[in-house]
Design a protein around this ligand. Structure first.
Ligand code: UDP
Ligand code: MG
Length: 331
């Protein structure tokens, strides 16, 4: 067998592209065309794994229609909206490729970059090829500041550098299998891939503005994801509680001593204001500390229950599997 043929065979291994979609009926079709074009031009054999994250618009019927027309599409419909991280998780579990690419289904991750991701993976042999946002695209100032603040806090707390991290990347089978072994429910995809520490190469890209539709990430959702990220990667906030306690102890020793001394020498501090101020400061510190502990506790509770991370309502696989199963059981 010629060496070139060997390379051809290696090149022709299946690449999976996992795309979580939620309320993307308006842009899904043109987006899928661009993905097919890009992958077609790179000449790889591929499967598209579409995970409908409980959309209530026309997304699922459109996906089904596409899946009927193109056998390269495998689609899974989650029973409700589980959030992007868990939709990704479903897609990664279903993917069968030797490499798995993860990208957004709203066109903000340029499909034109797909051949380059695959080429980089082949030439460098890296386990993760990470597309890095060169600029953060047309985002509001508050979003940009929020992201900057979040990533710098997270980097300080966890020691991992997530700057420019996006959910647009290629992972080798080895990396995907390792990722799937992390059974946590507190899923923070980009953090978990950074945590794995496999060799990573980066490709910069510009975020394309959304042509239609709107981001479904409200401030509340973003804030929740930020808390998920921080609690998943650091227990430092808990130590902060201890630290604040220690600080207050030193302070109270000093203030207590002074008050006692003034009392004994007959010059007791007059002032209700001091008492009220102390009450308020200590009260809020206590409540914040309890909140921090509660945040971890709630997550531990969720993990301990061990519920499935997501549930699939229907999929194109089940149609195929049902007809496939019978003959397979016969020798
Ligand atoms: N998405 C999802 N579930 C959700 C919210 C979003 O699967 O609950 C998908 C969405 O369809 C898109 C990707 O996640 O493919 C990124 O979402 P979006 O564009 O809203 O986020 P942004 O680009 O603003 O970070
Ligand atoms: Mg987007």
């Amino acid at each position: 067998m010629g060496a070139s043929l060997m390379i051809d065979m290696a090149n022709n291994k299946l690449v999976s592209v996992v795309i979580p979609v939620f309320q993307e009926a308006e842009i899904l079709q043109p987006f899928l065309v661009s993905v097919r074009d890009a992958l077609g031009s790179s000449g790889v054999s591929y499967e598209l794994i579409l995970v409908d994250d409980g959309s209530s618009d026309n997304t699922w019927p459109i996906i089904l229609k596409e899946a009927q027309a193109f056998s390269t599409i495998r689609a899974f419909r989650l029973s409700r909206n589980f959030g992007k991280e868990l939709a990704l998780c479903a897609g990664l579990e279903k993917a069968r490729g030797v490499a798995v690419i993860v990208m957004d289904g709203d066109g903000q991750h340029p499909a034109a970059l797909l051949p380059e991701l695959i080429r980089m993976w082949r030439t460098t042999g890296a386990d993760v090829v990470q597309a890095i946002k060169r600029t953060r695209g047309a985002e509001s100032l508050s979003n940009k500041i929020g992201a900057l603040l979040f990533y710098s806090i997270l980097q300080k707390l966890s020691g991992f550098d997530f700057k420019g991290a996006s959910d647009f990347k290629l992972m080798s089978r080895k990396a995907v299998d390792a990722w799937l072994k992390m059974g946590e429910r507190n899923v923070f995809f980009r953090g978990m891939t950074a945590w794995m520490g496999f060799t990573t190469v980066q490709i910069p890209f510009e975020v394309t503005p959304r042509s239609k539709g709107h981001s479904t990430w409200s401030y509340l959702k973003r804030f929740k994801l930020a808390i998920t990220g921080i609690t998943a990667f650091s227990s430092l906030p808990l130590q902060f509680v201890t630290f604040a306690g220690g600080l207050f102890l030193i302070f109270s020793l000093f203030l207590g001593g002074q008050t006692l001394y003034l009392k004994l020498t007959g010059r007791a501090v007059s002032g209700f204001a001091t008492v009220i101020l102390l009450e308020l400061i200590i009260g809020s510190f206590l409540m914040i500390s309890l909140g921090i502990i509660g945040e971890y506790l709630a997550r531990i509770y969720r993990e301990v229950k061990g519920r499935p991370r997501y549930l699939v309502r229907e999929s194109t696989d089940s149609l195929v599997d049902a007809s496939d199963n019978q003959p397979e059981q016969l020798p």
